[in-house]
Design a protein around this ligand. Sequence first.
Ligand SMILES: Cc1cc2nc3c(=O)[nH]c(=O)nc-3n(C[C@H](O)[C@H](O)[C@H](O)COP(=O)(O)OP(=O)(O)OC[C@H]3O[C@@H](n4cnc5c(N)ncnc54)[C@H](O)[C@@H]3O)c2cc1C
Length: 382
Amino acid sequence: MQDMPDIVIVGGGFGGVALAYCLAKGGASVTLLEAGSLGGGTSAAPAGRAQIIDSETEEYLDLVLAGYNRLEGLGEELGIDLEWTLPGHLTLISNEDQWRKFEGLVTRLQQRAIPAEMIDQAALQRAEPYLRTDGFLGAAYSHEGHLNPFKFTAGYARAACRFGAKILHHARVIGFEKSGNRITAVITERERISGRVVLLAVGAWTGELAAKAGIAFPMRYTHAEAIVSESLPRVLNHHIGMTGFYEAVHGSERSVTLGIGQHPNGTLLASNAVQKMEKVDLSSTYWGMPALCRAIRAFFPRLGGVRIVRTWAAPSPFTPDYLPAIGWLPGFDNLYVAAGFHLAIPTIPVLAEQAARSILEFEEQPLLAPYDPKRFFDSSTV
Ligand SMILES: Cc1cc2nc3c(=O)[nH]c(=O)nc-3n(C[C@H](O)[C@H](O)[C@H](O)COP(=O)(O)OP(=O)(O)OC[C@H]3O[C@@H](n4cnc5c(N)ncnc54)[C@H](O)[C@@H]3O)c2cc1C
């Protein structure tokens, strides 16, 4: 009994490591099991944006701003340089409908004292000299930060270990032992680990793993690809994206929705080539990289000769209502889920803290109420 960790976390992406940190800091004994390498799932894919303008509702904007305000000091708290910068974001606008929609979003940010404005085509061209602005009315500028996503994972993981968390790599969970309403042990390919609470932070794999516990969790995902260029002198001043980004990312069609930014090390990171997939697949497709390269050429003709040095693919997970699922799973007394993050980087600092509190104090946190996973189950299951 003495060796039993209080909490077994399955999954070492953003969600799992941030929870490991908050729970270990709160005094819990934590063991995290990761199937591969830390941050090797979807958390290996992000651009690193801390998006604000993309918050759909006032409630979600509250959450995003609360988390965003933590990011500037997070590196110091975790003891790592997160490479936090403030490039700002330009959403390219090509028609009047989009202009009106983004005017509304910009006004909403201005009312919260977040720097944002609509800029016309001439101002857009001055802001981004390499961008071909033909066909655009202008852009919506919004304040936005950026960090190195690998360091976001590493920072949380190392800080968790400083508070005593144990992290096991290459420890794929293949099943659960149950007794009544409790998960009594988590089974990996090598061992059996008991915990008072089992927390699933397995992103796109949530459906697959929850099924092993007998729960049909409706996690969805698309297959998203990104590319990275060689290092260049400064050619982009902002992160630049298109309208309809999330509609495309969640959509069923094969599509390219270009989001591109230049990292402090000079490389350009461009995503997303998105397509529907029935099974998680981390391989790049024959069409993804060429499609992204064509999009870059169309928008930035002078960057046509830039060499691409890396490409990757990852599942882009989302729940049926696109909001995170954070809370106790129905049918069990000790099975918790934290997945389906939307605008992950700016929300995770707050969501992980609140989730840790709800687990350690066994008390519902009002801020988490809209994200209760029970909303996906009918009352007979709950
Ligand atoms: C191309 C792309 C760009 C993005 N850009 C941004 C961005 O700029 N800003 C932003 O905020 N968000 C962005 N996102 C979204 C963000 O990356 C995700 O929301 C986030 O990484 C999800 O983290 P997670 O911990 O829930 O899942 P994951 O990172 O996928 O972690 C789950 C982990 O569980 C492990 N696992 C699975 N099955 C098992 C098992 N049986 N046993 C043990 N471990 C298991 C996996 O190996 C994985 O490491 C982007 C996503 C994509 C695809």
